[in-house]
Design a protein around this ligand. Structure first.
Ligand SMILES: [Ca+2]
Ligand SMILES: [Ca+2]
Ligand SMILES: [Ca+2]
Length: 694
């Protein structure tokens, strides 16, 4: 790595030679693989609850500025009060924020309760019209004040019943379908109700009805049912992906008992329920939360809770008097604020998330973005391993003009520190993430200017479609190109487990290096192993003749009941259960598969985890047999194999070795007494019907 203090002036660092010997995990960035548009990053002001100290003019400069030492927010969330007498409470804060954020400014509002709610905060549907009128009074009011709302939500946390508004899934659906469209009256977009725990069942019904869904512009959700140890599934919502719904994370704080300035501190975090609870407070949890919202959950917006708070983005005293916040820290950007700035200052509104290796190695996470104009690429790297610094190679193939990355780091000792420029050579750079501090965990942002982007198409492996009938080696999936439409596989992680798992060294291979597909070298050839649910591989095939084929997959498993499906051009043609008792015992499982003629994309999708696969063989069944026994004429073995020869009653006659059907027929003639039909069974499980002449 070389570090440039001034762009264009390289200052080589002496350790470059050593680093080149270390194999660094790789983040492959594909700027042609476009995901969601980013609307920005924000925070909350609620002056009634913050005692009027929600956001001063000085706070607004720190929070909404994009320069050194500023956070880079563009979005402000404010409450819709139940009483119109309180409508004025955040006008000044909104004006301060807008003055700094300029054209990027987004203001949105959330009602905590309805003035027409009855017992238990439930609102009768007979009050829905009055409620809409109340919300529209607020959007009209803010517009008249010169700070119009970009969006307004139907309700805060419909599932936090009793304290504030309470809505069932059916009520949300009914209100959305019949009333939500009216909320656009003053040019305002509509945000759904915002579940505190991102409960998908509170959105499913609306998402499943196009006439209701058209009345939501944005799906809002809070992340309170998650923490750093929560699995990725919490952030995912496949129905929202399918419907291409824009998602905003409208409220979260990772933790509220530690200080916003804690980097990584074990402290008493007991809340009302558990005063003595000790926990690790980590500023990097904020980075991980944002990363998963954007890169795992496809969210377009991330809004922290209070901007100014003792656990917030700008430091405040602790109104609960548990933390002693140094007076000199108050009013300054916190560690959490600097962590958020690593995203917010550089991924500006209108940017598009693009393809990147999300987990290059354990505890390291990456995401990448293209600026609104397409003239720069932004890569955000997280190291959550506080004990070890990481060497990470970032590759951005297919772009011109990318000569360097401007690098910024927030760590225990750095606050969005401008580290100067790192040179990009042949589309790649290797960086070391924090070697100097006690705690090595950190967040690094790389910003590089790019020129034209070259898009590469996908290709069949070896440059030619696999002819069917024939054999598809599982490891010979198509070569991926760039862009989502040119992906040819999906693997859960970028490790090749044959090389990274202990005890597998003898099976390690770089046969499909860089793909992350887990390929093992066995005595009989390459196989694809470590197959987990939802992974897939695609093959370009050329089917000679439409019709039914006998598919034989050579598989092994030591797990119970894994399985996969085969699909052709997106349509499932077979569901195949796999059974077995040993990882070393590859045997054939068969299925009848209907294939259309011509060139098609065949996809193998793992539906249940853990089996190994060597190849898929497609044979045309013979016209007159009914046992799945294929005709040797149409099914030419291409490698030397041993065959046991049986008469049509199953009587064993002898063993021959042959390559190809012709040799099999002539060799079989040596062990049979007279001409006629015989059965040949190979060691690998192939069964053929033979016509032998003698
Ligand atoms: Ca893998
Ligand atoms: Ca895998
Ligand atoms: Ca194979």
């Amino acid at each position: 790595m070389s570090v440039k203090l001034v762009k264009g002036l390289g200052v080589a660092v002496g350790m470059a030679g050593i680093w080149s010997l270390v194999s660094a995990a790789t983040v492959n960035v594909d700027v042609t693989e476009e995901h969601q548009v980013i609307r920005g990053f924000g925070g909350m002001v609620h002056n009634q609850w913050q005692g009027g100290g929600g956001l001063s003019e000085a706070d607004a400069k720190l929070a909404f500025g994009t320069g050194d030492g500023q956070i880079g927010l563009n979005t402000l969330r404010i409450p819709v009060y139940a009483s119109s007498n309180d409508f004025n409470k955040e006008v000044q804060a909104a004006k301060y924020a807008k003055a700094v954020a300029g054209d990027d400014f987004i203001l949105y509002a959330t009602p905590w309760t309805s003035p027409y709610a009855g017992a238990n905060q439930h609102m009768s549907s007979s009050n829905y019209q009055k409620y809409v009128d109340h919300l529209n009074d607020f959007t009209a009011y803010m517009k008249n004040q010169g700070v119009p709302l970009y969006a307004i939500s139907i309700s805060n946390e419909p599932d936090w019943c009793g304290e504030w508004a309470c809505w069932s899934a059916d009520e949300i659906y009914d209100f959305t379908k019949r009333y939500a469209d009216q909320m656009r009256k003053n040019g305002t977009k509509v945000i759904s109700t915002e579940s505190f725990r991102y409960a998908k069942n509170l959105y499913d019904k609306v998402l499943s009805d196009a006439n209701a869904l058209k009345n939501w512009d944005i799906l809002g959700a809070h992340f309170y049912a998650s923490e750093a140890s929560t699995g990725d599934d919490f952030f995912k919502y496949s129905l929202a992906d399918q419907k291409n719904v824009e998602r905003w994370m409208t409220e979260h704080y990772t933790e509220s008992q530690g200080s916003g300035n804690d980097w990584r501190v074990v402290r008493n975090t007991g809340d009302q329920a558990n005063q003595n609870k000790k926990d690790t407070v980590r500023a990097m949890d904020v980075a991980y939360d944002i990363h998963r919202g954007l890169a795992v959950g496809n969210f377009s917006q991330y809004t922290w809770w209070y901007i100014r708070r003792c656990y917030g983005l700008i430091m405040e005293k602790d109104f609960g008097n548990k933390l002693s916040i140094p007076t000199g820290d108050i009013g300054k950007v916190s560690k959490r604020g600097y962590v958020m700035s690593q995203f917010a200052r550089f991924i500006r509104p209108g940017a598009v998330r693009v393809g990147a290796t999300l987990k290059p190695e354990a505890n390291v996470f990456a995401s990448a973005y293209k600026s609104a104009g397409g003239d720069s690429v932004i890569v955000v790297l997280l190291n959550r391993d506080f004990k070890n610094s990481k060497s990470i190679t970032v590759k951005v193939p297919g772009v011109s003009k990318l000569e360097s990355f401007h690098m910024y780091t927030t760590s225990e000792t750095k606050n969005a520190k401008d580290e100067g420029f790192v040179d990009v050579k042949n589309g790649a750079v290797t960086i070391t993430m924090e070697s100097g501090t006690t705690n090595k965990d950190c967040i690094v942002t790389l910003v590089g200017e790019i020129g034209d982007v070259v898009k590469t198409p996908r290709e069949p492996f070896g440059g030619k479609a696999v002819d069917l009938p024939g054999k598809i080696e599982a490891e010979n999936f198509d070569v991926p190109g760039s862009g989502r439409e040119n992906k040819t596989y999906s693997d859960a992680d970028s490790d090749n487990h044959s090389c990274t798992d202990e005890g597998k060294e003898a099976e390690c291979t770089d046969y499909r290096e860089g793909t992350g597909v887990d390929i093992y070298k066995k005595a009989t050839g390459y196989i694809v192993g470590h197959n987990q649910a939802d992974e897939w591989l695609e093959y370009t095939v050329n089917v000679k003749e439409a019709g039914e084929y006998t598919m034989t997959a050579s598989v092994a498993t030591g797990n119970s009941d894994p399985g996969f499906t085969l699909s052709v051009d997106g349509k499932v043609v077979a569901e195949i259960p796999v059974s077995g008792t040993s990882w070393d015992d590859f045997k054939g499982v068969t299925a009848k598969v209907e294939l259309p003629a011509g060139e098609h994309i065949l996809r193998l999708t793992v539906t249940t985890s853990w089996f190994d696969i060597d190849y898929l063989k497609f044979e045309k069944p013979c016209d007159d047999c009914n046992t799945g026994i294929a005709s040797a004429r149409l099914n030419m073995p291409t490698e030397a194999e041993n065959f046991r020869i049986f008469d049509m009653n199953g009587g064993y006659l002898g063993m021959v070795r042959a390559t190809g059907a012709q040799e099999l027929r002539s060799n079989a003639a040596r062990v049979v007494k007279r001409g006629g039909s015989y059965i040949a069974k190979s060691a690998s499980g192939t069964t053929l019907r033979l016509q032998v002449t003698k």
